[in-house]
Design a protein around this ligand. Structure first.
Ligand SMILES: [Zn+2]
Length: 485
């Protein structure tokens, strides 16, 4: 058995939550009134009221947005009824607001800020999103990583150099970045961790990343889904899989086909993490059941809302909106993430009290179809990544009158499939694309101008995986909006 495969089935996140709540309510560990779930809801109620009080008193943005009279009536109502029931009375916070004037969200002095993460701006106004963190904010995220990663690695096993080793396929050099906090978390539990960084674009970049990984022989990889997928379809995937037993994917959508491709290519267990830089990086992570990400509910209050901002019932898809309950530097109320998600209505088989979130991509990564349906980037991932000879693709949209009329997909084949099997591969790709919702598969690009939404496929023309490079560049823009690596 590979190292790490026996990381165990202890509910680490619940264990940590129980300790935290027991300390807060001054009761012996495990003797929480109302049990862990009752104590968690009470904690959420008390902290939601506290965060409202803090933001209207200290953040210029919320002071102006909510106003003193409304703040007073909300706080009065929260003291007589359940604050969680009043969540929908609070205003949403939009990404554009944060971009416009990040400093207006600060509730501590500049001297108390311990980390600043800058995110690129999507428009031309304002200084761009800057996310401020206090030392305690960073410590809470590190603790979440420490507990979440215990599903993937065994702590403190040095074992003559044969213990678990984590390789971060993202940059860990900037203080407060995901890589930096994960490195700190691994150091805390005595697990070796190195950060070879993002997989550079192109075949040569992937080859050099593979060289570095084969020298490191990690037992656990942490990376961006499409990049780890590329490694799992690389000709040396089997050699890498000899050491790797667990993979954590973060920063982008994970479809079942992508997960299966990585699990089979590397012979490992694949876990998913969901989080936003804006709400403190670590957000939710899968347990060994690997059926949705358990949310960090003591620190984040997650809602799913429809386009009009109304809460939707558990189980239904909508936009993920997050309120921070414990952020010191920059608390946020009902921050609209731009991500599509749903909350699992039933408890997880692992027995955790923490509810589970499923995410299926950015709302901006959808194309409205003439029949009223939606085509998601995740739909294309699911169809193409399910084919064993595909390692990446680029999607090019064709604009028609009043909306997109069609799309051309440039598909990269994995090594050994480029030449002799190319026409057979293209036939199978076209056949698979008929499963895309609302799309009519065209034989060629010139035929893509027909009625309805047409999809044409061609093979990427070889040199240094040009299509894969473009897809990564496009995706990384989206990834950087969520994460600062
Ligand atoms: Zn679970």
């Amino acid at each position: 058995m590979k190292a790490g495969a026996s990381a165990g089935r202890t509910r680490w996140l619940d264990l940590d939550l129980s300790r935290r709540l027991s300390a807060y309510f001054h009761v012996p560990d495990g003797l929480l009134p109302g049990g862990l779930i009752g104590a968690l809801r009470r904690w959420q109620r008390e902290h939601l009221r506290r965060v409202l009080l803090k933001t209207v008193n200290k953040s210029p943005y919320y002071r102006e947005r909510i106003g003193p009279r409304r703040a007073h009536s909300l706080l009065t109502a929260m003291s007589s009824s359940d604050p969680l029931d009043l969540l929908s009375a609070l205003p949403f916070t939009l990404p554009a607001d944060l971009e416009q004037d990040p400093e207006a969200f600060l509730t501590i002095g500049h001297g108390e800020v311990d980390g600043v993460i800058s995110l690129p701006t999507s428009g031309s106004t304002g200084p761009g999103k800057r996310i401020f963190c206090s030392a305690a904010d960073l410590a809470r995220t590190t603790a979440f990583f420490r507990n979440g990663m215990r599903y993937l690695v065994r702590p403190g096993v040095s074992d003559g150099g044969r213990g678990d080793r984590v390789a971060l396929l993202m940059s860990g050099d900037r203080p407060g970045s995901v890589g930096d906090l994960l490195s700190r978390a691994m150091a805390d539990i005595g697990v070796a961790c190195s950060a070879p960084g993002f997989v550079p674009p192109g075949a040569d970049g992937e080859a050099s990343a593979m060289d570095a990984l084969l020298a490191l022989r990690p037992t656990c990889l942490v990376g961006v889904p499409s990049q780890v997928f590329g490694l799992a379809r690389n000709e040396r995937a089997r050699a890498l899989g000899e050491s790797v037993s667990t993979v954590l994917l973060s920063g982008d959508t994970v479809t079942p086909a992508l997960r299966r491709g990585i699990a089979e290519g590397l012979g490992c267990a694949v876990f998913v993490h969901y989080g936003l830089t804006e709400t403190g990086l670590g957000g939710a992570v899968e347990c060994p059941e690997r059926a949705g990400c358990h949310m960090r509910e003591a620190d984040l209050l997650v809602e799913i809302v429809d386009e009009a901002g109304r809460a939707v019932p558990d189980g239904e898809w909508g936009e993920v909106a997050i309120s921070t309950l414990t952020r010191e530097a920059m608390p946020l109320l009902r921050y609209r993430s731009g991500d599509e998600g749903r909350i699992a209505p039933e408890p997880c088989a692992c027995g955790s009290v923490l509810r589970r979130l499923y995410a299926r991509g950015r709302l901006s990564e959808r194309v409205p179809l003439p029949d009223g349906g939606m085509l998601r980037l995740a739909d294309i991932d699911q169809v193409l990544y399910a084919l064993p000879f595909v390692r990446g693709y680029a999607a090019i949209l064709h604009e028609g009158q009043g909306g997109p009329a069609g799309m051309t997909l440039e598909v990269d084949l994995s090594a050994g499939n480029e030449a002799e099997r190319a026409s057979e591969s293209l036939r199978r790709i076209r056949e698979a694309l008929t499963a895309l919702p609302g799309a009519r598969v065209a034989e060629s690009e010139s035929a893509a101008a027909g009625p309805g939404f047409t999809v044409a496929a061609r093979l990427a023309s070889g040199k240094a995986d040009a299509a894969e490079v473009r897809r990564r560049q496009a995706k990384q823009v989206l990834i950087r909006q969520q994460f600062s690596f």
